[in-house]
Design a protein around this ligand. Structure first.
Ligand code: DAH
Length: 351
């Protein structure tokens, strides 16, 4: 084989290889095969020219150089073509508008619960969680509501299967869906000694017929403070501070006598109507006042149930409806909207 036929054969082989190039990687392989400094086909050809007869050497050298140049040019053109075709199919068009991410939002009741928690935590309270399936003892009995106590009728209860006469194991204690968060007072005091300064938010359940202001599932926050020398003045000061931080500093607060079996004395707290500033409107039924929470000084019978000495310790407790204050703060008219999870309502609240 002589150098002339070599050059023709190399050209033909290169044309075939060039056509087969589809990726940058193929391109690199072909470049290495033909233009590699040591093993490359062109370098080998150049070396073989040394042995060519003197009279054909110059012409062969010229053809070999032309071959090398043609291969270099063809590969560089192929490289440019590859890069432009990739750009139009695979690359990202940075000028396109972005796709909007669908962020979830916090539920309005979560927002309100966190606001309440923050205010009390700033005052040194600890936030607790407790079970929604509760036993009769913590929900009623230890709170000075023994079986058949008329005050149990204040809260119509969802009993769980085993508590319904004739269906459950009589050896098991009655279980129910907690009707209020007050059982958390008992659960905490059973396992801790004073001083106590806690709040316990969470869901509670009652067999109420749903209407604008009632839902069978709703939320409360319980509060409890116990120590030596705690008085009703501490209760009043703390709750006024809380209500003015939560609503606004102009909010007027008034306490009226009430009854709860687990507090003595007991009170209901009213705030000046947030809709009419106390002038009288349909929401406050022209009274100018809105009932907002129940509270009182912890009953000695409750201390006895948890083994606290009622001669040594005093304390106060309160329970506030999260839904109720959320309705007032957000001016939502129907409590059921909080549990329908209709996005048209939920999307109106901040992220
Ligand atoms: N448990 C009461 C209710 O659900 C609210 C309440 C009233 C809680 C007085 C208390 C309290 O801790 O002292 O209506």
């Amino acid at each position: 084989m002589n150098a002339t036929t070599d050059i023709t054969a190399i050209r033909a082989a290169f044309e075939t290889d060039l056509q087969a190039i589809a990726t940058e990687q193929d391109l690199q392989h072909v470049r290495d095969r033909y233009l590699g400094r040591k093993q490359g086909t062109v370098a080998t050809l150049m070396r073989s020219l040394a042995n060519a007869p003197a009279e054909t050497k110059p012409a062969l050298g010229k053809s070999a150089n032309a071959l090398k140049r043609d291969i270099e040019q063809a590969l560089s053109k192929k490289g440019t073509a590859l890069r432009t075709s990739m750009k139009s199919t695979d690359s990202l068009d940075v000028t396109l508008p972005g796709r909007e991410l669908a962020f979830g939002r916090r539920h309005p009741l979560t927002i309100i619960r966190e606001q309440i928690e923050t205010i009390f935590e700033t005052m040194g309270f600890e936030t607790l969680q407790g079970p929604q399936v509760e036993d009769d003892y913590h929900n009623f009995e230890a709170l000075n509501m023994p079986a058949d106590h008329p005050a149990r009728d204040m809260q119509d209860t969802f009993y769980l299967d085993q508590s319904i006469p004739g269906t459950g194991d009589p050896a098991l204690p009655a279980t129910l869906l907690r009707t209020h968060t007050s059982g958390m007072q008992i659960r905490y005091m059973e396992t801790h000694t004073p001083p106590v300064r806690i709040i316990a938010p969470g869901l509670v359940y009652r067999r109420d017929t749903p209407d604008l202001t009632h839902s069978p599932m709703f939320m409360q926050v319980e509060g409890l403070v116990v120590d030596q020398g705690i008085t009703m003045a501490d209760l009043k000061g703390t709750l006024v501070e809380f209500l003015q931080a939560f609503f606004d500093t102009e909010t007027k607060v008034t306490f009226r006598p009430s009854f709860f079996p687990y507090t003595e004395p007991s009170a209901e707290v009213f705030i000046s109507c947030v809709f009419c500033s106390g002038n009288g409107c349909s929401v406050c039924k022209t009274t100018g006042w809105l009932e907002i929470l129940g509270c009182g000084m912890v009953h000695p019978a409750v201390f006895e149930a948890v083994g606290y000495d009622p001669e040594l310790y005093t304390g106060w407790a309160f329970g506030i409806g999260i839904d109720r204050v959320a309705l007032l703060k957000y001016r939502v008219e129907d409590i059921r909207l909080f549990y329908d999870n209709d996005l048209r309502l939920l999307e109106q609240f901040p992220h």
